[in-house]
Design a protein around this ligand. Structure first.
Ligand SMILES: [Zn+2]
Length: 96
């Protein structure tokens, strides 16, 4: 959390207003950024890509990407569905 405080202290008023707006708006932007970064950092064969629970023998695995293939594993079908819904939302946002 120290890094976050440092980051806030380095932001200007306009950036802070945007951040405050996002927090008031259920932190949707922060949640998405967090989720996306955790996906990048998690070793996808060892952790569920949605809930980040440790996996022994993943039942559901996806391979995504064009140039850089990424392997995503999920503990249960619910997490798999949740991931697909998130991808759908992110894609819709990028199109607008
Ligand atoms: Zn899961």
């Amino acid at each position: 959390m120290k890094k976050i405080v440092w980051l806030i202290n380095s932001m200007d008023l306009e950036e802070l207003r945007d951040l405050q707006k996002d927090i008031e708006n259920n932190s949707e932007i922060i949640k998405k950024a967090l989720w996306s970064r955790m996906q990048d950092l998690s070793n996808s064969d060892k952790f569920c890509a949605t809930c980040f629970r440790e996996l022994k023998n993943p039942k559901y695995t996806l391979i995504v990407g064009d140039k850089f293939k990424r392997r995503l594993s999920f503990c249960e079908i619910d997490c798999f569905h949740h991931y697909l819904r998130n991808v759908e939302e992110l894609r819709e946002e990028l199109m607008h």
